[in-house]
Ligand binder design. Structure first.
Ligand code: NVA
Length: 318
């Protein structure tokens, strides 16, 4: 192994299609036997930093790290004031001497890129403004469980296609060989570079990635329907303006009736019943949202194990 190779998970396409599949296989194995694999035995410490609100991410990382034999060190970003009180590079150098892995939920992607450049240990993206790759591993695991595989499966994302979830569905879905459609109001299209990258990946996996403007057309025949809040963290001041604009993209019974028979419904949560999703769909028989929430833990255990195994560290993860 190359000395001091450090592998990070900063965006969905940091994994190849084969690596993504390997991580999902491992996640399924860890779900079946949660306590057999202990790459963090010691216990080794994992720093988990939040610059934005959290529930599922903190809970699933803390629980998953414990199951891997490690110690979770949760850092409040408001206290640490990373990039303000001291530079991201200095924080990275300090935490990299205490922890075997760093997990960070933050704002712009450039912040986590800088953390990864200086940490000396693997860094995991626990949501940025641009991507939410851990959520996608959980979603793909859930789709495998309910649809048998991801290859050739059509998945429609309804809502703010310019946000982190829209981007991650495009990249991770394309890597998984899925046909990914994103659909939302004009002005909320994905970053063209992300769409182009997804199309490039899809060309190698047999999938596809496209924008389908109308919600009904986008939902037609879909095997998986997904949505996300119309107002991402940090966009709260736009809440009133968005409600009316996004209304036609509400994931409700009408759109579910357009989808394939047996289609499943995903939502990364938190959900706002009556806004981006109707209560009847969220709580209905096609919803697999609680499986999806549980799968965060299994998927994140798998990516942490994979990164530790794939990195050759002078300390920490060795
Ligand atoms: N797009 C949402 C995802 C929440 C898990 C947000 O960034 O707030």
């Amino acid at each position: 192994m190359t000395p001091n190779l450090v592998k990070h998970f900063l965006r969905d396409d940091d994994l190849t299609a084969a690596e993504q599949s390997e991580v999902l296989d491992l996640a399924a194995a860890l779900k079946a036997t949660p306590y057999d694999v202990k790459p963090l035995a010691g216990p080794k410490t994992v720093a988990i930093i939040f610059d934005k609100p959290t529930l599922r991410t903190q809970a699933s990382f803390v629980a998953g790290i414990a199951e891997l034999g490690g110690h979770p060190m949760v850092v409040d970003g408001n206290l640490a004031q990373i990039g303000t009180r001291e530079s991201i590079a200095d924080v990275a150098r300090v935490l990299g001497r205490q922890a075997s892995l760093i997990v960070w939920r933050t704002h712009d992607q450039s912040r986590i890129d800088e953390m990864a450049a200086y940490a000396g240990v693997p860094v995991v993206n626990a949501l940025t403004d641009q991507f939410h790759p851990c959520q996608l591993l959980a979603d793909l695991l859930t789709i495998r469980e309910h649809k048998g595989s991801t290859a050739g499966v059509t998945m429609t994302f309804l809502g703010d296609a310019a946000n982190n979830m829209g981007h991650s569905y495009l990249l991770a879905g394309a890597l998984a060989g899925m046909h990914v459609r994103v659909s939302g109001p004009a002005g909320f299209e994905p970053d063209p570079l992300v769409l182009a990258r997804a199309q490039e990946l899809a060309a190698t996996t047999g999938g596809s990635a496209s924008i389908v403007p109308g919600a009904a057309e986008a939902s037609l025949g879909a095997d998986v329907l997904v949505t996300d809040t119309w107002v991402s963290m940090g966009r709260e001041s736009e809440s009133a303006d968005r409600a009316g604009v996004f209304r036609p993209w509400q994931l409700n019974e009408d759109l579910v009736s357009q989808a394939a028979a047996g289609a499943i419904v995903l939502h990364c949560l938190p959900a706002y019943r009556g806004k981006e999703i109707s209560a009847g769909v969220l709580d209905g028989p096609q919803s697999v949202i609680w499986d999806e929430a549980e799968n965060r833990r299994h998927a994140q255990k798998a990516i942490m194990s994979f990164l530790l195994r794939s990195s050759s560290l002078s300390r920490g993860g060795e």
